[in-house]
Write a protein that binds this ligand. Structure first.
Ligand code: NAP
Ligand code: HSE
Length: 430
């Protein structure tokens, strides 16, 4: 091969980083793959937009077919986002025998199996390392580094935007809206940041991680999701008082043949290694039966960190091209997917209630918990001034989700309980 030419679909935060990494690390890349690599075309929405990049003239185009049907382009890098029309471009590119790199978890969580099958059919590679946890090489670690082990648990902070928001709200008392605007300015947030704050982005990433880690076909619909919009300043204050840190945690657990996968704001004991992961940083804790505990940490979003993952995928494809083994590395799930039911999901929970400040209420609450076999390890009560209410905050012992949900239903029906203000999962130790 004299050179390898790459076509970009998208030249925004990640695409610009890809151009910079290819330009700045040209020597290293050429040494690894044995020839120079260059960007031949880049699809953008607005070809006249000011871009802080050193680009040759004629590279930008607003026509996707200039990239995906260019016979000289070997590899298409999709960093534009979107699902359905983007999928059509990638299908066409694969039919044109182009290898693909994508950073698009939205696309891979929905159409991943279909696109991977089409890639194999066309003897093409399709790699997507940057789609989960930005610059952390977690997918390759699961597929290659831990391939001999049986993974039973993954816990991840896999969304940089929400971690940035929760960190700044807890540590600096900043408002949700102000911090979200800052995360958007820094390029961490998605074009529509509701997928970050509502947990959807993290859920897509957990679907991808669980599919690879558990070797089951896990889709977005299998992930129980809630985001961080409802997290109140009071919740963060109680977390602090009780020795917890609030994080949006992706949780994937296998027990026997069954799995659970969720994304939800979770109180972590301050001793948990994930509680120290701050700002836009991501981390994925992986437990394997043989290896034990491992943890992968790094920047989960941003231009250059994400671009390093994209360009590593490019290198992997280029090495496969040299060896003539493209299209052979797609990982096909081995096991049928079986989800746990709510009686099999076990956790501790934090609950904050507003109740009438009258005699006997606490006793009523305790008896409802005991009726459902849910004990608690911490309980406190504070007056809510000016409303003649009391705020009751408690943390349960381990209980099944089913028992906890039944407890909540009965608590909501109890007259003196004015409002269930918040309820979160609690993860202790490791
Ligand atoms: P971005 O900054 O909004 O850039 C999107 C790029 O695609 C822009 O260059 C835009 O053109 C172009 N584009 C968008 N829609 C287009 C269309 N319909 N036709 C032609 N061009 C189009 O997005 P990003 O942050 O780089 O994210 C790109 C992808 O990477 C997404 O899938 C995202 O989820 C994923 N990702 C992002 C990060 C991160 O930290 N940002 C990390 C990991 C993964 P213009 O430049 O003309 O607007
Ligand atoms: N919006 C995503 C995040 C980008 O904040 O993590 C990286 O996937």
């Amino acid at each position: 091969m004299e050179s390898i030419s790459v076509g970009l679909l998208g030249l925004g935060t990640v695409g610009s980083g890809v151009v910079k990494v290819i330009q700045d690390h040209q020597d290293k890349l050429a040494h690894q793959i044995g020839c120079p690599v260059y960007v031949k075309k880049a699809l953008v929405l607005d070809v006249n937009k000011e871009r802080n990049l050193d680009l040759e003239s004629g590279i930008l185009t607003a026509n996707p077919y200039d990239v995906i049907q260019d016979p000289e382009i070997d590899i298409v890098v999709e960093v534009m986002g979107g699902i359905e029309s983007t999928k059509e471009y990638l299908v066409e590119a694969l039919k044109q025998k182009k290898h693909i790199v994508t950073a698009n978890k939205d696309l891979m969580a929905v159409h991943g199996p279909e696109l991977l099958a089409l890639a194999s059919e066309n003897q093409c590679d399709l790699f997507y390392e940057a789609s989960v946890a930005g610059g952390i090489p977690i997918l390759r670690s699961l597929v290659d580094g831990l391939s001999s082990d049986r993974i039973t648990k993954m816990m991840g902070i896999v969304n940089g935007t929400t971690n940035y928001i929760l960190t700044k709200m807890s540590k600096q008392g900043l408002s949700f809206d102000d911090v979200l605007a800052e995360a958007q300015r820094l390029g961490f947030a998605e074009a529509d940041p509701s997928s970050d704050v509502d947990g959807i982005d993290a859920a897509r990433k957990m679907a991808i991680l669980s599919t690879l880690g558990f070797s089951m076909n896990v889709g977005l619909g299998d992930v129980k999701v809630s985001g961080i919009r409802q997290v109140a300043e009071e919740d963060l204050r109680y977390c602090d008082q009780l020795g917890y840190t609030m994080k949006l945690i992706g949780y994937a657990h296998r027990q026997g043949e069954k799995i659970e996968v969720s994304v939800e704001p979770t109180l972590l004991e301050n001793s948990h290694p994930l509680s120290a992961v701050n700002d836009e940083y991501n981390a994925v804790y992986v437990y394997g039966e043989a290896v034990g505990e491992t943890m992968f940490y790094g920047p989960g979003a941003g231009s250059l960190p994400t671009a390093t993952a994209v360009v590593s995928d490019l290198v992997a494809i280029m090495k496969n091209m040299r060896l003539g083994v493209n299209g052979k590395s797609a990982v096909i799930p081995q096991f049928p997917k079986k989800l746990k039911d709510h009686s099999e999901i076990i956790s501790k929970y934090f609950l904050r209630l507003h109740v009438e400040d009258e005699v006997g209420v606490l006793a009523n609450i305790t008896s409802i918990f005991s009726k459902h076999g849910v004990g608690f390890e911490k309980i406190m009560q504070n007056p809510v001034h000016e409303q003649r209410l009391a705020e009751v905050v408690l943390v349960t012992h381990q209980a099944s989700l089913e028992a906890y949900e039944n407890t909540l239903v009965e608590l909501r029906d109890l007259g003196p309980i004015r409002e269930v203000k918040s309820s979160y999962r609690v993860e202790g130790g490791k």
